[in-house]
Design a protein around this ligand. Structure first.
Ligand SMILES: NC(=O)c1ccc[n+]([C@@H]2O[C@H](COP(=O)([O-])OP(=O)(O)OC[C@H]3O[C@@H](n4cnc5c(N)ncnc54)[C@H](OP(=O)(O)O)[C@@H]3O)[C@@H](O)[C@H]2O)c1
Length: 399
């Protein structure tokens, strides 16, 4: 009886899904790539993925893809000579999987795949990134990337970058989506979702409150660990706004308001005592925390503000902003309006509870989960504003 009821329910749900799928397919002709059906959430399709870059982000993503029902890892491209030929499982700290990483990008890209998930070097490596992204598209692959942060909002990205890649997209018929956590979903998807349930938005503040001490990357561009008189590259307002500020015009466009200007504020905090942390030492008198704001001005006021408060160890700069739910390592969105909304998001690694590790995995997975929608989108550079809801199909499975 129960079995009969279950199969009846399944049949009804299947029928409804078919009907919905049919209606959506009917509506999907315009704007999508010729000859490619619209890919629906829950359609059961598997996407073949090549991962390029096995740093902090790439290695974590590869581990997730090894048994993911939605994605099939068909290749891994590495840069460093010592990783060339290594088994991908071994490279990423798990058992061997019988797939070798390779430095031969062309050979890997010639494999059949829907998309490349690109986790190459930072935006400072402009020429390398542009050339790699171009190669992916020329070899017939759509791309999701976390590497060129100014491309999170291509419309505002300088033409020398966005224009060049846009031309490649049109020539090759491919689509490229750039994302991350910040810039990325913490300051585009999260606030834009909250704004969408408001009747009026007066002001928006988006905060990253993060202790960087477990992050092995280079702190020098932020000036962390440097003497106080050292002028870090990100202290230059243009560089800061270029690297981290592109989600401000995206949010302004989402709200339909005109930005008068974008400016920024930069503060640094000197530690009175030496700090020893996981990846080094900060001498007394040197910079152990920075706080910056990138401010989008609307109607004479800074109404759309991104704020970072980045410490090296939790004890430093005690008077600077902290979270409410968790004092440290949170992303907060504060919407002032009708209604007022505060959202605090704490990402933690399942095994170690580390926030940087978790944030970097989420950075990569936001990109990977976008692949079905990116493959279905019209050729071009796209942003979060162009994507449908991406709920993480296939994620609920045995660890
Ligand atoms: N928006 C955000 O919120 C956000 C957050 C985190 C990271 N990111 C960005 O995501 C990217 C990956 O981050 P990550 O933490 O994994 O960085 P990472 O640890 O420095 O790894 C970058 C990888 O790039 C590869 N690489 C270096 N030079 C290359 C070149 N010339 N051509 C191709 N590949 C090259 C290396 O690959 P192999 O080691 O495989 O040789 C390296 O491991 C970076 O661009 C980073 O800025 C963005």
């Amino acid at each position: 009886m129960l079995e009969g009821l279950r199969s009846w329910k399944t049949r009804v749900l299947d029928r409804q899904a078919q009907l919905l799928g049919f209606l959506l397919l009917l509506k999907s002709g315009k704007g999508f790539k010729g000859g490619r059906e619209r890919l629906l959430v829950g359609d059961g399709k598997r996407f073949k993925v090549i991962v390029w870059g096995t740093g902090f982000v790439g290695r974590q993503v590869v581990r997730m893809l090894l048994d993911h029902p939605r994605f099939e890892l068909v290749g891994v491209i590495v840069h460093s000579a010592e990783k060339d030929g290594m088994d991908v499982g071994t490279l990423c700290g798990v058992a061997p999987v019988g797939l070798a990483a390779s430095r031969d990008a062309r050979a890997v890209l010639s494999r059949e795949a829907h998309a490349v998930a690109y986790f190459g070097p930072t935006a400072q490596y402009l020429a390398e990134n542009l050339s790699n992204l171009t190669l992916c598209m020329e070899m017939g692959k759509d791309v999701v990337s976390t590497s060129m942060t100014p491309l999170v909002y291509p419309k505002e990205c300088p033409t020398a970058i966005a224009g060049t890649l846009q031309e490649v997209c049109q020539r090759t018929g491919r689509t490229c989506f750039t994302t991350g956590i910040d810039p990325g979903f913490a300051n585009d998807l999260f606030p834009m979702t909250l704004m969408g349930v408001c009747g009026r938005v007066d002001r928006l503040r988006i905060q990253e409150i993060l202790d960087y001490s477990s992050y092995a990357g280079d702190y020098k561009p932020m000036g962390l660990g440097q003497p106080m008189e050292y002028r870090a590259i990100l202290e230059e307002p243009e560089v800061l706004q270029f690297g981290w500020g592109m989600t401000i015009p995206m949010v302004a466009d989402a709200l339909g308001v005109r930005l008068e200007k974008i400016d920024s504020v930069w503060e640094k905090w000197a530690t009175p005592v030496e700090i020893r942390y996981e990846h080094g030492v900060i001498p007394a008198g040197c910079c152990a925390a920075i706080r910056f704001e990138i401010r989008g001005w609307v109607a004479g006021e800074p109404k759309i503000v991104i704020e970072h408060c980045n410490r090296v160890t939790k004890a430093v700069a005690p008077h600077w902003p902290k979270g409410k739910m968790y004092e440290h390592d949170v992303y907060r969105v504060i919407v002032e309006g009708e209604p007022c909304i505060e959202q605090e998001t704490a990402l933690r690694d399942a095994a170690t509870r580390d926030a940087n590790r978790a944030g970097c995995l989420a950075t990569g997975m936001r990109a990977v989960h976008a692949i079905p929608a990116v493959c279905a989108a019209a050729p071009g550079l796209i942003s979060a504003l162009d994507l449908p809801l991406i709920p993480g199909f296939g994620n609920m499975r045995d660890p």
